[in-house]
Ligand binder design. Structure first.
Ligand SMILES: [Zn+2]
Length: 351
């Protein structure tokens, strides 16, 4: 079990959360409006219980989130239909990304965010699992712009990524070529949504990763079943958002962008619902890394509101006095398991 990660390394990539707050809140509200028009959810996303809404709940942005009495998963009251996901995932404008300076930025982002994940994974495989990780092949599902794949390639590993956005794939592959001189092109491949499950089912890779993916897929069960049915896949490395301190901040600050729940995140994992998944599929946790962005969220909320008030003195002092405390404060939350996301490596046990 590992806790905490230095925030100052990645703070520069998160600055837009403050400057773009208004835009981000408007976009989240646009998605929430669509979500509220969907039919009611009939069963729990994780355990399929029809009872999921019979227990306790809380409200966020006029949406009820029920705690499933059977598995502890927290489900939004409406269903993510295909129409919903189609209207949510409008591709971003990647047209402007082909600039020389983007290569440096790509590399910095990869080294700050993705290389630490890759090193956590290889060290776990070596020290806890006793595996020769250099001999494994790796598949990253929902690879986005291929940052994690790039981090693995840089370590000399055999890695591929699959992603449904063609723009992200072509951007990621262009970066791979410039940075890593990968023979024959980049290592990301564009697949249709309906092809992803088939690719997982026939994967030859021993390790599959999913970062920030499971909370977005409609067919979570089908994906988990596909992983379980394929004996080539021995380890799964994933990150998901979990019920956390940031939810409380979001509940009382609806005018500040919330990353954890709301918008395209219509349900959220808990320690209990993850355990339900491990038990159901006979998965064993081999290692977990807890680091969240709850205190950065608190800092961001304070910054946004002080700037809205033109409260320049407090806004400046917060950078001097509070920003340097972020790691220490966040570590308390990470250790208590109340952090905004978890990174987990599981091993599939023999059936
Ligand atoms: Zn449930």
């Amino acid at each position: 079990m590992k806790y905490g990660k230095t925030y100052s390394d990645i703070a520069r990539f998160k600055k837009s959360f403050i400057s773009d707050n208004k835009k981000l809140v408007e976009e989240n509200n646009r998605i929430s409006d669509i979500y509220r028009k969907q039919p009611h959810r009939e069963e729990c996303k994780v355990c399929s219980s029809g009872n999921y809404s019979s227990g306790e709940y809380f409200c966020l942005n006029k949406i009820k989130y029920y705690v499933c009495p059977d598995c502890g998963h927290i489900n939004g009251e409406f269903l993510e239909t295909e129409d919903f996901t189609n209207s949510v995932y409008v591709d971003g404008d990647f047209g402007n990304f082909y600039k020389e300076d983007q290569v440096e930025l790509y590399k910095e982002r990869m080294h700050a965010i993705y290389t630490p994940k890759a090193k956590f994974m290889t060290s776990t495989l070596e020290n806890i699992c006793g595996e020769d990780w250099r001999g494994f092949a790796y598949l990253d599902v929902g690879a986005g712009s291929g940052y994690y794949v790039a981090a693995l390639l840089e370590l000399g590993l055999e890695a591929r990524g699959i992603e449904i956005s063609p723009q992200q794939v072509s951007f990621g592959n262009a970066m791979h070529k410039k940075l890593l001189s990968t023979a024959g092109g980049g290592k990301c491949f564009c697949l249709g949504e309906d092809e992803v499950v088939a690719r997982i089912r026939k994967a030859k890779e021993a390790v599959i990763s999913f970062f920030g993916v499971w909370e977005h897929v409609i067919n979570l069960h089908v994906i988990l079943d596909a992983i379980n049915e394929n004996d080539n896949v021995r380890y799964v490395f994933f990150s998901v958002p979990v019920f956390c301190f940031s939810i409380f901040l979001a509940a009382v600050n609806e005018d500040v962008f919330c990353r954890s729940l709301g918008g395209s995140h219509t349900h959220i994992f808990t320690e209990k619902s993850l355990k339900y998944i491990y038990d159901k599929y006979k998965w064993e946790i081999v290692d977990q890394w807890n680091f969240g962005a709850d205190i950065p969220d608190l800092y961001r909320i304070l910054k946004v509101k002080l700037e809205q008030q033109n409260n320049n003195f407090l806004s400046r002092i917060i950078d001097e006095k509070i920003f340097p405390l972020i790691d220490k404060m966040q570590l308390c939350i990470d250790e208590a398991g109340m952090c905004s996301e978890v990174h987990v490596i599981i091993k599939k046990l023999n059936k």
